[in-house]
Write a protein that binds this ligand. Structure first.
Ligand SMILES: [Zn+2]
Length: 279
């Protein structure tokens, strides 16, 4: 990690708090005036009472706002803000935050299979200093891939030790269930992380995710209608289970399968998606 900047961070926090006191409406997360209620699980669901991540805050800014959604469980929003502050304190530049969930969750058809419960968030793996960009430029931002075009490794021009710092910080967030990244990124962590490796089991390989990490949080307390998936295995995962992903690169492409209709949402989501807490 690079050296902390506690003094600078303290000044930043003071300025930000001052903005809150001076009634800057975009500075704090806005929550829908209804009880928080998550219904569903990995197969689909929805959320009432979600909060919206402000467009910017200490250590982060949102990108692609015209085609993205930034609503989530208040704990998810707070965790993302914590990640940004901790990353900044560790010497990283401002983070780019992207999709969380729609205002009431539910499908993000054609974009994400998950992100339905307000418990998922995409954070870009861009640890370069960020220039000041116009809203239009932020809206059209493309972040470079960390993975080589053949999918077999990380690009040495793009990879940096700060990526390890950011991924490690993500695994330490309250309520964090797992972090999804491309198998080549997981493989790189397996190679370079020294000392404490106990957090590696929370970094899970998945398709895509070459330029961003997908954070998934567990069902928060007090949400009996929210269903978790089984926790990730408590092993590093730097083994044959990771090799499997690279063997798939050599396999002939599977014949296209007919599109499957999405699974129906839980019945209680009908009312929630229509605009009420459904209770
Ligand atoms: Zn995602």
């Amino acid at each position: 990690m690079t050296s902390p900047r506690p003094a600078l961070l303290a000044v930043l926090s003071l300025l930000w708090n001052a903005a809150l006191v001076w009634n800057c409406p975009s500075a704090s997360a806005q929550q829908r005036p209804e009880p928080v209620r998550i219904v569903g699980g990995p197969g689909g669901g929805c959320i009432a009472g979600a909060a919206e991540l402000p467009a910017s805050g200490p250590g982060y800014q949102t990108i692609r706002a015209s085609r993205s959604w930034f609503w989530g469980h208040p704990d998810t929003i707070a965790a993302l803000q914590t990640l940004a502050v901790r990353a900044y304190a560790a010497g990283l530049p401002t983070l780019y935050m992207n999709d969380i969930s729609r205002p009431r969750g539910g499908p993000m058809t054609g974009i994400h299979a998950s992100h339905m419960l307000g418990l998922d968030a995409d954070v870009w793996l861009d640890v370069r200093p960020k220039p000041r960009l116009s809203p239009a430029a932020l809206d059209n931002l493309e972040v470079r891939s960390l993975v080589t075009p053949d999918g077999r490794g990380t690009d040495p021009e793009a990879w940096s030790p700060e990526h390890v710092t950011l991924l490690h910080l993500a695994t330490g967030l309250p309520g964090l269930d797992r972090v999804l990244v491309n198998p080549a990124i997981k493989q790189q962590l397996c190679r370079v992380v020294t000392g404490d490796r106990t957090w590696l089991h929370l970094i899970r390989p998945w398709y895509g995710h070459t330029a961003h990490m997908h954070l998934h949080f567990r069902c928060p307390a007090g949400q009996p209608e929210c269903r978790d998936q089984p926790p990730p295995p408590a092993v590093e995962g730097c083994d044959a289970s990771l090799d499997w992903w690279f063997k798939q690169l050599d396999a002939p492409p599977a014949p296209p399968s007919p599109p499957r209709p999405p699974a129906p949402l839980p019945a209680a989501c009908t009312a929630i998606m229509a605009g009420g807490p459904g209770g």
